[in-house]
Design a protein around this ligand. Structure first.
Ligand code: NAD
Length: 421
């Protein structure tokens, strides 16, 4: 593979665009509308000056890409990482549009990121970066415009800082300006577990199709952060057999199963799974290739590529992370008969409960955890059925089917609204 092809395979935007083009062509969308749909509405680049603890002044680059407002305000996470780039944020923003449409919630897609290494920043520095970033994009966000949420290396505290900064400028408290907030500030019960729970709900639906039992389904989870650890915990409690877990430091593997509650306690204390004794140590990429029934990548993008797709042994792939599989890997998995629950369906539980949180903030009336989980299940199961129905009707794989369902819904809204000129 040439360097250029390799870069293309690993580009989040190129991956999104490749799938989008196939799905839009299958739907017969005309060229003008198709170009409009795949192009972001707005791309914001900010350069954030921050006073560091040692008295120096540093400038951080930040992005917010708003892909679509056709179905409602924009919605999407904010990530902090040295790997953040405009290309990545642009691709992830578009995927948020399709994700919101797949689960049929009234939002368009957005994504944000700041280029920084949070492990090397103090809490005070992180707070100042977050507040200044919020101030720089203030005119473009808000409950009716664009609602940020946590993503890689951001959390409830980050959302509390954004909500407070936004509220200070508005001169009143606006809880609906972000989701994934602490419960005491208008967060929703069930939000923390929602993405992992959504992964499990879609896995359950896939199991029904295969007539598999949870107890005999061997699962490997890559990533043990918010999504991976919650998915592993919920699946363990539901009876699945978790035989492998990996994080950035490495993996552990045990054919007799891993005790997830014990591992969670260990990680709470040590902040890594490295050194946990309840299994054999294994490389973080190698873990993807071990013999199992269900593989749940929940770490980061482009971990399954044309280089390793033929080594994946799982028959069922449930994508907890965004963009874990590249388009060339998709084709290999499809040819090998792997049933893929694509990211824009599998991990849509988070944005679905974010939507519930936004609704509750606007109502000023909060739901029980049981009600949140029940409504989440309803949304995920109908989205799963919708995607599988599209895949059968149009004879395409589940990922293209999910894109088709989503693009169809967004295109329909654009046609109804017309083009403002
Ligand atoms: P997180 O920062 O809480 O956890 C990430 C985990 O992945 C950590 O355990 C980390 O050690 C591991 N990791 C990172 N890079 C790795 C690598 N190269 N190899 C192996 N492990 C690696 O992040 P999160 O919120 O759990 O998000 C994980 C993925 O899920 C991301 O792709 C994110 O965009 C996606 N996602 C998250 C949510 C959400 O609600 N948090 C919703 C939808 C999608």
């Amino acid at each position: 593979m040439s360097v250029e092809d390799k870069e293309k395979e690993l580009s989040v935007y190129e991956s999104m665009a490749a799938r989008y083009d196939v799905a839009a062509r299958k739907l017969g969308i005309d060229e003008g509308l198709s170009n409009y749909l795949r192009t972001p509405n707005r791309e914001i680049i900010v350069h954030i000056p921050v006073s560091m603890d040692d008295g120096t002044l540093r400038v951080f680059d930040g992005y917010r890409v708003q892909h679509s407002i056709a179905r409602g305000p924009c919605k999407g996470g904010l990530r902090y990482s040295l790997d953040v780039s405009l290309d990545e944020i642009r691709g992830l923003a578009a995927e948020m549009t399709w994700k919101c449409a797949v689960v049929n919630i009234p939002f368009g897609g957005a994504k944000g990121g700041i280029v920084c290494d949070p492990s090397k920043l103090s809490v005070g520095e992180l707070e100042r970066i977050t507040r200044r970033y919020t101030a720089e994009i203030l005119d473009y966000i808000g409950p009716d415009r664009d609602v940020p949420a946590p993503d890689m290396n951001t959390n409830e505290q980050t959302m509390a800082w954004i909500m407070d900064t936004y509220s200070m400028h508005m001169r009143h408290t606006v809880t609906g300006s972000v989701t994934g907030k602490p419960l005491d500030l208008g967060g929703s019960l069930g939000r923390r577990e929602a993405t992992g729970r959504g992964c499990m709900i879609t896995a359950d639906e896939a199991l029904k199709r295969f007539r598999w039992q949870r107890e005999s389904t061997r699962v490997i989870v890559q990533g043990f952060g918010n999504v991976g650890s919650q998915a592993a915990r919920l699946m363990y409690e539901a009876g699945y057999k978790i035989i492998g877990v990996g994080d950035i430091s490495g993996g552990i593997f045990s054919t007799s199963g891993i005790n997830i509650p014990h591992l969670l306690e260990y990680v709470e204390k040590h902040k890594t799974i490295q050194g946990y004794g309840g299994g054999d140590s294994i490389g973080t990429q190698e873990i993807l290739e071990q013999d199992c029934d269900l593989l749940l990548p929940a770490a980061t993008e482009s971990v399954i590529t044309s280089k390793n797709a033929h080594k994946i042994k799982a028959k069922l792939l449930v994508e907890g992370a965004n963009s874990p599989t590249t388009p060339p890997a998709d084709d290999i998995l499809f040819d090998r008969g792997v049933f893929v629950v694509p990211d824009i369906l599998a991990n849509a539980g988070g944005v679905t409960v974010s939507y519930f949180e936004w609704v509750q903030d606007r109502q000023g009336y909060f739901w029980t955890e049981g009600l949140v989980n029940e409504r989440l299940k309803h949304s995920m199961v109908s989205a799963f059925d919708g995607v599988v129905a599209y895949s059968q009707r149009h004879n395409v794989n589940n990922r293209i089917a999910a894109y088709m369902l989503a693009i169809d819904r967004v295109a329909f809204c654009i046609k109804l609204r017309g083009i403002y000129a």
